[in-house]
Each structure stands twice: as C-alpha cells, then as structure tokens.
Design a protein around this ligand. Structure first.
Ligand code: AHR
Length: 650
C-alpha cells in the first residue's frame, strides 16, 4: 500500500509536455541571437584590438600618459639620462603630436610604455614592432626595444638602426623568451642626441586570421564560437557621447590608422567608483574593422549611429533640428561605405582599405538609448532620408533604457504609429524580473514593430553596481527569459546580452559576458547560456506545451522548441528553476523521432557560483545521451538547470 502511494506520487510529479512538430509557427531569424559590442571595460583598446602600447601616438590629453621615464626629472637638465618632450606639430585634429627624445647619456635613459595594465607576452611568441622615427641633432644611431617582466627582467628585445633625418616607418620583431601578464616595453638608445618618435606600436604576430595589427585571437574565438547572427557596434552610450562633440563619428575611424582622431572614451570618467583616466579610443578598431569582423563571423553587421542627441544620462545635448543634416548624411554615407559601388566616394574608400566587395549591410540603428519627443522628431528625419535613398535598409529605432515606464510607453506608442520596423528594447533588471517576464512578448501586437532585445543582463545587485556578479542565479534567470524570447520569435527577431566584454582590471561596468586579462579569457555562465541558445537556434519555431499552455514558469518550468530543417532535428530548451529535479515526459506530435536524444546541461548547485580565470569552464554544458522510449523522451530535468535536448526526426 505504502509502495503504491509512492508510485502514484512520482507519477503525479511527472510533467507531460507536448512538442508539436507539424506546425511551423514562425521562422527563427538568422539574427535571433547576436552580439552587442561596445568599447566599454577596455573591450576594444586594451582588449579585442591587440595593440599592446597604450597611447602609441602620444595623442592622449596628457601626451605622456602611459609612458614613464624612471631616470628623468622634468625639473632637471637630466644630464645623466635624457628627457622626452611632446611636440604638438599640427592643428589638425588627428596625429597632432610626436615626441622629441633628448638623449644626454644613453646608458642612463629609459622610456617605458606600461601597456594596458601591462602587456600580455607569451614565451616563444613573436611580437611585431613598428614606429615612426626621424633622427635629429647628435648621434643617436639605434633604438633598443626590450620587453621587461614585472621584476624588470628582459624577456625579449630587438635593436633598430636609425637612418636619416626624414620621418620613416621602422619595423622589427621581438621573440619573447618568457611569459608575463604584465610586461612593459622599454626603449633605450645608442648614442647621444635627439630622435623624434611617433606611433610606437607592438602587436602579437598571431592575431585573429593572422591579420597584421589585427584582433586578439582568443577573444574573437570566444565571439565566433557563439555563432552570432549579428554584430551590433560600436555601442551603447559610446555612440551618443557624454557631449555631442564627443559622440562616435564613424568617418573618423576609417582610413589610415595614424589619421584616425583619438577620442577620450566616455566611460573614462563615468563612474566615480571606477575611474579610468587612461581610457581613450584609438579607433584602430574602427568601422572597417567592425564590418570585417562581422563578415569573418558570418554575422550581419549592425552599426548604430548618433541621431544628434548626446547621452541623456549625461548632458543630453541636442543638435538643433535645422542642423541635423550632417548627422543624416553620416548615415547615408555609411550605407555607401558598406554597400556602395567602388566608383562611389565611400565605396572607393572601402575598396582602398582592402574590401572592394560590398559588406551587404542590411540594418542600421538610429540613436542608441534615446527617449522622449526629441528622439521621435529626429528619428523621423533619418527614416525619411534613409528610406528615400535606400528603401531596402532596415532601420532600428529605440525605446530607451527601461522596459517599462512613461518613456517606454511613449516611445513604443510613437514608434508603432510610425510602423517602425524594429524597436530596440533594453532591460538591466534583477534576476527575478527575468523569471517573471518570460511571458513578456506573449501579448505583443503581432502586427506591430518587430523587437530587438538589444541589451539585457540580470543584475545580481543593482544597475551599475560594482558588486554585480556573473553568477549562476543571473544566468539561469536569463535562460528562463530567453525561452520567452524564442517562443515569441514571430515578434522578437534579434537579441543580445550586454555588455559583451571586460578587462579584469580595466572594467567600469559589471556584469559582462566575457572576462579577460592580458593573457587569458573566459566565458561566464551567462556566456554558456547565450551559446546554448545561439548554437541551437534552429530554423522554425514550434510549440511546446503542458496541458495546451506554454511553459512560462508554472511550477518553475520554462520551455521553448524549434525545428532545424538543415539538420532535421527537434531542439527543446527546458529551464528548471526549482531547487529539485523535475520529471518530464515529452511527447512529439507530427514527427517520428528515433533512437536517442542528446542533452546539453548547464547547471550549478550554487546560485552564487561563477566562472573565473582559475575555473573558466566551471559552469559549462555537459553532454549526455538519453535513450528514447517509444518515441518519447522521459527524463529528469536537474534542479536549477538549462537543458537543451536534441532529437533526430526519422
Ligand atoms: O551596456 C552598458 C550601457 O548600458 C550601454 O552603453 C547603454 O546603452 C546602456 O545604458
């Protein structure tokens, strides 16, 4: 009798779920899961862009920032060493400054670049050095470049002969004899006298796709592994700038690197609790490189442009409506740069930069996270001008920084009236919000604008708190919410976590999807959630129900399902947020399934658990096989887990 009760209870706990494979509810857009890149947290300079020398062109506001002269003193004649002085040679906004190095006593003088919280150097690897130089008066005949480790020990060096008083580009390479996460580049000189230097640069030879002066390989690999459907760039608030003068202007980020006008990074002084005074944008990673990166990853490029509004969290400066034209022209010219024939001005520049073929850009975003009537006014002007010239380009508008409230309501109402094609929504909310909002899009107007869930991340403490962690509780909550994004793939056509990357010592904002230092990088638990969804995005949305209702968190279970017409598979994502396992009995309608299911389980017993440099894959998917029983999948979904099940259709 007792045994009978036990069996009955177990049976009652098993949840009968039905996957209906016969009806495709909507196509899953290839853009469904993408990445949102912003140069925040040293994501570009000091991160993805593999340049190791900080302030290589002496163009920072303090031209010697990042450079040290340990044996020199500005209040002395430095007769036992030497001294470098910044020379502001031009009024042109780019490449204004170089340095004049006066070497009084070669054996006493050192000029050292500290890198981005050091330089990551690996034993046996080759580093490509380049600089612009011109001899001045005196007898300086050579520059010696030495990589030094944290205890100032030399771990590789090269000597370059100087020739002539005309400026020229010198190149050499350094092979590292040891590994250091915090190396520095030391310059010493042979002979006394004067030498002029500019654009002192050091890159690993081994970059993503072997491109000279390219991107950091391990970081792009992590991005590429996500198989992103799109790459949004360059942000984020960085698009808007704290002031209009400091907005992101794409035209200043293309063409020869030395001509790209450096800009103070808007995250430099944003947070008093994380000041980063040495954070500038060199634009070595500029719009051409972003398009190229998107192409490398098979992702749709999605540039976002300023709409004439500075960040509304900062100055909120507006360009007057009658002076909006140059901003609109920037958008039109960008489309020409990306897609135009090589006979056009901007298409020619793209071709000159090495890419005669168009980048096939389909999307453009107007404004980042703007709100209020001034945004709508400006958006309308952009939309009219872009559609008149490029009707095929899909324009992304924004509903502001919050997923609700009067600005959100106003923005959505206005953008719906305008029949805006895609609206970008942002939500930085507590983990519970994500669990409670898995049904957010169930009630959206199916004939309204499509949705780009453009920036979201569960905040374990509060927005912009430095104590936020990429813990399992946040990642699991995002997974629960993402089943809701996927279940509504007829409305939600693009999604991306934000921010994307952070340097372990140079960050301003946490949580972030990927963390790195100068040598290593790892994906967070949130990264593996994104990866499981993105790598298993399928081609068609199908339904998964319990008693004819979608699973949106009833008794802690969430689910979505897709079919992959390319692999002939059904893919089911189940999230169990309960503290105990839940039994499920999955029935497949409209498809015969064979043999076994594969399962990919992401979980942790500890909601506070995080991945780290020491345990980079502590929380990462575990693969298993589950035999099917009479065409059904009966299994136990572990507690606090995201599980992706894949079955082949017979
Ligand atoms: O992702 C960090 C910031 O959050 C973005 O720059 C901005 O769009 C949002 O407020």
């Amino acid at each position: 009798m007792l045994l009978g009760v036990a069996i009955q209870q177990t049976a009652a706990q098993t949840r009968a779920l039905t996957v209906n494979a016969s009806e495709s509810i909507a196509p899953i857009q290839p853009t469904m899961y993408g990445i949102f890149f912003e140069d925040i947290n040293f994501a570009a300079d000091g991160g993805l862009y593999a340049e190791m020398v900080k302030n290589r062109g002496f163009e920072f506001v303090d031209p010697m920032m990042g450079w040290q002269q340990p044996n020199s003193d500005r209040h002395s004649m430095n007769l036992e060493s030497g001294f470098a002085t910044a020379i502001k040679s031009k009024e042109s906004p780019a490449d204004q400054t170089y340095i004049q190095v006066l070497v009084n006593k070669p054996e006493g003088y050192e000029l050292i670049n500290e890198g981005f919280r050091g330089m990551g150097v690996e034993s046996g690897a080759e580093y490509l050095l380049s600089f612009e130089g011109a001899k001045g008066e005196g007898e300086v005949s050579q520059v010696v470049f030495t990589l030094i480790d944290e205890s100032d020990k030399a771990i590789g060096s090269t000597t370059v002969d100087l020739s002539g008083t005309d400026w020229k580009v010198y190149e050499a390479s350094i092979k590292a004899k040891a590994t250091s996460e915090k190396a520095k580049l030391k310059l010493t000189f042979q002979g006394a006298g004067i030498v002029h230097l500019d654009m002192v640069s050091l890159f690993p030879k081994d970059t993503w796709m072997g491109r000279e002066k390219g991107l950091r390989k391990d970081l792009v690999q992590l991005l590429n592994d996500l198989d992103p459907g799109f790459l949004r760039f360059p942000g984020g608030c960085i698009v808007e700038g704290r002031t209009l003068a400091r907005r992101y202007q794409w035209k200043k980020t293309v063409g020869p690197i030395e001509d790209r006008e450096i800009l103070v990074n808007r995250w430099n002084t944003e947070f008093a609790h994380r000041p980063t005074p040495d954070y500038f944008q060199s634009f070595g990673l500029g719009f051409f490189e972003y398009f190229q990166l998107a192409e490398d990853m098979g992702a749709a490029p999605m540039p976002i442009l300023s709409c004439g509004m500075a960040c509304q969290f900062n100055t909120a400066e507006l360009v007057p409506m009658d002076q909006l034209d140059p901003y609109v022209q920037d958008a039109l010219d960008l489309i020409e740069f990306a897609n135009g024939d090589v006979s056009t001005d901007w298409g020619k520049l793209r071709s000159d930069m090495g890419h005669p073929e168009p980048f096939n850009m389909k999307y453009i975003g107007i404004g980042n996270e703007q709100w209020g009537p001034e945004y709508i006014k400006r958006f309308k002007v952009f939309e009219k001008a872009i559609k008149a010239k490029y009707p095929e380009i899909i324009i992304i508008s924004g509903s502001g920084p919050f997923p609700d409230g009067e600005h959100f309501e106003y923005g959505m109402e206005q953008l719906s009236e305008l029949n805006s094609e895609i609206v970008d929504e942002h939500y930085y909310r507590p983990p519970n919000w994500f669990r409670e909002n898995a049904n957010r899009y169930d009630s959206y107007d199916r004939n309204g604008p499509k949705i780009f869930a453009g920036e979201y991340a569960a905040q374990s403490v509060a927005i912009a708190s430095p104590d936020n962690r990429n813990n399992w509780n946040c990642a699991l909550s995002e997974a629960a919410f993402m089943t809701g994004l996927e279940r509504n793939a007829d409305v939600v056509v693009m999604t991306s976590y934000a921010p994307l990357m952070a340097h372990a010592e140079g960050w301003q904002w946490t949580p972030d999807l990927i963390w790195f230092n100068n040598l290593e990088s790892y994906g967070t638990a949130n990264y593996y959630v994104q990866k499981l969804f993105s790598n298993n995005r399928g081609t068609d949305l199908i339904s998964i129900t319990e008693e004819d209702s979608p699973l949106t968190g009833q008794s802690d279970l969430y689910a979505s399902a897709v079919k992959d017409a390319n692999t002939n598979e059904l893919i089911i994502k189940v999230v169990n947020t309960a503290k105990s396992a839940q039994e499920i009995d999955l029935d497949f309608e409209g498809a015969k399934v064979a043999g076994k299911a594969m399962s990919y389980t992401l979980r942790s017993d500890d909601p506070e658990a995080v991945n780290s440099f020491e345990s980079p894959k502590g929380i990462s998917p575990a693969e298993a096989e589950i035999p099917l029983s009479k065409g059904r999948l009966r299994t136990s979904v572990p507690s606090e887990a995201l599980v992706v099940y894949k079955v082949k259709i017979k």
